[in-house]
Design a protein around this ligand. Structure first.
Ligand SMILES: Cc1ncc(COP(=O)(O)O)c(C=O)c1O
Length: 413
C-alpha cells in the first residue's frame, strides 16, 4: 500500500466525518507503512521461491500434516547437528516441555525436584520446568550473559536433577564448564538452543554434550519457518518416547500408518501425550530456509564484527564476552549493556531504529518472584541490556547509520 493511497484514504475518511472504522483502518495502514521504514530489530529473511516450491509439493501430494516433509527435515537436521535422532515439533516451547517430561519419566524424578536454570531467558524455558511439576532454581549469569558455572555449583542441592542452559543470543558462554559440572555430579543437561542455530563450539555444531537439545524455528529466529522447533536426545530410545508423547501418546504416526498399501487404523496409546508435532508445511519452509542458513548467518557474523570493532572504544558500554576459540556465535542477538538503557532505547526509536530487551530477569515476574534477589547480575543486566538490530536483510548503510546514531547518543552521556 503506497503512502499516497493511504493519505487519500485518510482524507476520504475525514470527509466521511466520524467514520471511525474506516479512519482506524486508514491510520492502521499508515502506521504499518511507517513501520516498514524503520530499521527493524528482527527481520526474517524468507527465501520465497524456494519456500513456495517446497510447500507446493505438500499441496500437490495432499499431505500437509506430520510425516512427509517433517521426516525429510529430521534427516537433514540429524546430518547437520551430528545428533543421532531428531523430532520436529510445533515449537521450541513444546521441545522444552517434552525434554523435561521424558527425562523425568526415564530417570524417575519426583515432583518438586529441582532444575537449575537462568533468569535471563524467554519464559518458555522456565515454564517448561514448572509444567513438569519440577522447581526452577535460578543461578546467576556471568559476563557472557549465560549461566555462571560457579553459581550453578552454589545452587546445587540434594534435589537437583538437571541444569537447563540457554545460549543467549547464540553465545555459548561457559557451556562446556557447565557440561563438565553436570557430568561430575550426575546431573542431566538440557540445552535451550533457540538462539543457537548455527552456533559452533570448538568447530562443531553446539549441543553434543547435552542429554537433550531444543531448537526454535519461530518467526524471527536464524532459521525461520513461522512456528516450529526440534528436539534431539543423545539417547535414541528417549527420542522414541518423545515421538509418541508429541502425538498424544499414540505409538504410530498417521503418515507411517498411511504410507503402505492400505490405511492401517489400529494403534495403541502408551502415554498421556500432547499434540506437539510439527507439520509438513513448516518443515517444507525449514528445508528451504536451511539451504541458506550458513549464508544468512555469515551476514549476521559480518554485522556483529562491525559492531564489535566500532563499539569497542566506548567505555560507557559493555559487550557480553564470547569465550575465544570455544564459541562461534550464530549472532541471533547483538547485545550491549549501557548505563541509561531506557533513554538509549527512546533515542534510538526516535531515530527510526528498533531495539529490544532480551530479557527481563524472570525473577521480576510474579510467577518467579520467589527467587527475586537471588541473581544480582541477572537483575543488573535486565536493567541495562539492549539488543541492536541484527539480521540478514540489514544493508551496509543501515548498519553504518545504527552505529553512528548509537555512538552519537553515547557521546552525549
Ligand atoms: C531462549 C528461548 N527459549 C525458548 C523459546 C521458545 O521458542 P518457540 O517460540 O519456538 O516456542 C524462545 C523463543 O523466543 C527463546 O528465545
Amino acid at each position: 500500500m503506497g503512502n499516497v493511497m493511504i493519505g487519500n484514504l485518510i482524507k476520504y475518511s475525514k470527509q466521511l466525518n466520524n467514520n471511525d472504522v474506516f479512519m482506524n483502518e486508514a491510520l492502521q495502514m499508515e502506521k504499518a507503512a511507517s513501520v516498514g521504514k524503520r530499521i527493524r530489530l528482527f527481520y526474517p529473511k524468507y527465501h520465497v521461491e524456494e519456500c513456495l516450491a517446497q510447500i507446493r509439493e505438500c499441496l500437490e501430494i495432499g499431505w500437509t500434516g506430520n510425516g512427509f516433509k517433517t521426516e525429510q527435515f529430521e534427516e537433514v537436521w540429524i546430518k547437520y547437528t551430528g545428533q543421532n535422532n531428531a523430532l520436529f515439533l510445533n515449537s521450541c516451547s513444546a521441545a522444552l516441555e517434552l525434554a523435561l517430561d521424558v527425562l523425568k519419566t526415564e530417570y524417575g524424578w519426583d515432583d518438586g525436584d529441582e532444575v537449575i536454570t537462568t533468569p535471563n531467558t524467554f519464559v518458555s524455558t522456565n515454564h517448561a520446568i514448572l509444567h513438569n511439576g519440577l522447581k526452577p532454581v535460578f543461578a546467576d549469569i556471568d559476563d557472557t550473559n549465560c549461566l555462571d558455572p560457579l553459581d550453578v555449583e552454589r545452587k546445587m542441592s540434594q534435589k537437583t536433577r538437571a541444569v537447563l542452559f540457554v545460549g543467549i543470543g547464540g553465545n555459548a558462554g561457559r557451556y562446556l564448564d557447565i557440561a563438565k559440572i553436570c557430568m561430575e555430579n550426575g546431573l542431566k543437561l538440557i540445552l535451550d538452543a533457540s538462539h543457537m542455530v548455527g552456533t559452533k563450539i570448538r568447530g562443531e555444531v553446539a549441543g553434543r554434550e547435552a542429554d537433550a537439545v531444543c531448537y526454535s524455528f519461530q518467526s524471527v529466529k536464524n532459521l525461520t519457518t513461522a512456528d516450529s522447533g526440534m528436539l534431539c536426545f543423545n539417547k535414541p530410545e528417549l527420542g522414541k518416547q518423545a515421538r509418541k508423547k508429541a502425538w498424544l501418546g499414540i505409538n504410530q504416526g498417521t503418515y507411517e500408518r498411511n504410507s503402505e498399501n492400505a490405511y492401517r487404523w489400529n494403534y495403541d496409546v502408551e502415554y498421556i501425550g500432547y499434540k506437539y508435532q510439527g507439520n509438513s508445511v513448516m518443515a517444507a519452509m525449514a528445508l528451504a530456509q536451511f539451504q541458506f542458513l550458513d549464508q544468512d548467518n555469515a551476514i549476521r557474523d559480518k554485522v556483529a564484527s562491525y559492531y564489535d570493532e566500532k563499539l569497542a572504544p566506548y567505555r560507557n558500554l559493555a559487550i557480553p564476552v564470547r569465550i575465544p576459540n570455544d564459541c562461534k556465535s550464530s549472532h541471533h542477538l547483538y547485545q550491549i549493556l549501557v548505563d541509561d538503557r531506557d533513554r538509549m532505547i527512546d533515542r534510538m526509536n526516535e531515530a527510526g531504529i528498533e531495539c529490544g530487551v532480551h530479557y527481563v530477569s524472570n525473577t521480576r515476574y510474579s510467577m518467579y518472584s520467589y527467587a527475586r534477589g537471588t541473581c544480582p547480575r541477572a537483575e543488573y543486566v535486565s536493567d541495562h541490556v539492549i539488543s541492536l538490530p541484527i539480521h540478514a536483510a540489514l544493508t551496509d548503510s543501515e548498519i553504518q547509520y545504527i552505529i553512528n546514531t548509537l555512538i552519537g547518543i553515547l557521546k552525549e552521556e
